[in-house]
Design a protein around this ligand. Structure first.
Ligand code: PLP
Length: 391
């Protein structure tokens, strides 16, 4: 036992020395533009609550109504007795929202990716992924036992060169819609077109686009006008713009039925509490009807970018709520985050392996619930801190 713990502690110490040690900070308030941590209040630019729905009264009321009607626990997996009318209604509403025949609700986006990829691809197949894809898409590839190839970030030409090298089995191309740590959009029309040319099946993880992009908030595919033909597999989550928890996969009748038979992270797990499904239904309704939230978010993004430009901050080419400031070095990014925190501004420092080595960054994220004044305060804090001199 001593040697086991000793070994663990050696690894942990090494991690600390490299500036890669991760800690958790316990929030004492609801998620929102202002949060309390350890008795202090902070302006918060570190959530994925892009539309400011995480603490919305209508979502909380829907959850309470769901609790009254269905109780708390779903009590079983979907295929036993955990599936309820509430899940069914949510699936139907989601399918209509993203204009696909069917949708299937998973407990989390991580599980949705594991489930869909390992249900579809197996030994002998090939998964081709953007190099910056989310960890869940990489883990899904490993679990599926299919061959994994990666192409440089959003490099469609590299993807087009890789596709003809797949000479047996099915090729699948996996990309995020909006990239979680960079905020840029995948060139989906071009990707879809090379996929079609090479008979590859395209899957889009739209965790950060769903609820935000498109005319009605339906996501990246709506933004580009891509349908089922071009993108047979769509995955989206409810824990980000929708402010709740959970995820879904949408596609054809045959796809969803296949997942119900084969997606192990759907089959062998307890169904989401039905009351949560009620809260998600309400969130979908708000996204569809309150388009001003997206307009407001868009306006705040432009306001921040213009302010950052005037400060001479170098931002990535992102027009979304995700605005990373890349500092490169892990020590520099920790130092910068601490400096911002001392000024009452909370921004998450993001380090490897979440992002590639040498690209540690402050991941600034904006929400529709922020005010211009709060963004001014963020910009002021950014202008005061000296990024270049860690320690
Ligand atoms: C957050 C995220 C997930 C995981 O979704 P959860 O519901 O939080 O498990 C998957 N893919 C991407 C791109 C994400 O950003």
């Amino acid at each position: 036992m001593f040697t086991f713990d000793h070994r663990l502690l050696t690894h942990l110490t090494e991690r600390k020395a490299r500036g890669l040690y991760r800690i958790r900070r316990a929030k004492e308030t609801a998620q929102g533009p202002e949060i309390g941590i350890e008795g202090r209040r902070y302006l918060n630019f570190s959530s994925n609550d892009y539309l400011g729905l995480a603490d919305h009264p209508r979502l909380k009321q829907a959850l309470q109504r769901g609790l009254e009607h269905y109780g708390l626990g779903s009590g079983a997996s979907h295929l036993i007795s955990g599936y309820s009318r509430s899940h069914q209604c949510l699936e139907e509403e989601l399918a209509a929202f993203v204009q696909r025949p069917r949708a299937l609700v998973f407990s989390t986006g991580y599980m949705a990716n594991l489930g869909v990829v390992s249900a579809l691809a197996g030994r002998g197949d090939t998964l081709i992924e953007d190099r910056l894809n989310h960890a869940s898409l990489i883990d899904a590839a490993v679990l599926s036992r299919a061959r994994l190839k990666r192409y440089p970030h959003v490099d469609v030409e590299a993807l087009a060169r890789l596709l003809p090298t797949v000479n047996h089995g099915q090729a699948y191309v996996l990309t995020e819609g909006i990239f979680s740590m960079d905020g840029d959009l995948a060139p989906l029309p071009a990707i879809a077109s090379v996929c079609r040319h090479h008979n590859a099946v395209l899957m889009v993880d739209d965790a950060h686009g769903f609820g935000v992009l498109g005319l009605n908030g339906e996501g990246s595919l709506g933004h580009f006008g891509l349908g089922l033909e071009e993108v047979p597999v769509l995955m989206g989550t409810f824990g980000k713009a929708l402010g709740v928890f959970g995820a879904f996969v949408a596609g054809s009748e045959a796809l969803i039925e296949t997942l119900i038979q084969k997606a192990r992270s759907y089959i062998y797990t307890t169904a989401l509490p039905p009351a949560l499904a009620e809260a998600i239904r309400e969130a979908v309704a708000i996204v569809r009807t309150e388009r001003w939230r997206c307009e407001r978010l868009g306006e705040l993004i432009r306001y921040f970018k213009e302010g950052a430009r005037l400060l001479g901050l170098s931002l990535k080419p992102s027009d979304t709520a995700i605005q990373p400031v890349i500092l490169g070095d892990t020590a520099a990014v920790l130092h910068a985050a601490r400096q911002l925190e001392a000024q009452g501004v909370y921004v998450a420092p993001i380090r490897p392996p979440t992002v590639p080595r040498g690209t540690a960054r402050l991941r600034i994220s904006l929400t529709a619930a922020h005010t211009h004044d709060q963004i001014d305060r963020l910009l002021e804090a950014l202008s005061r801190r000296s990024f270049e001199s860690p320690f």
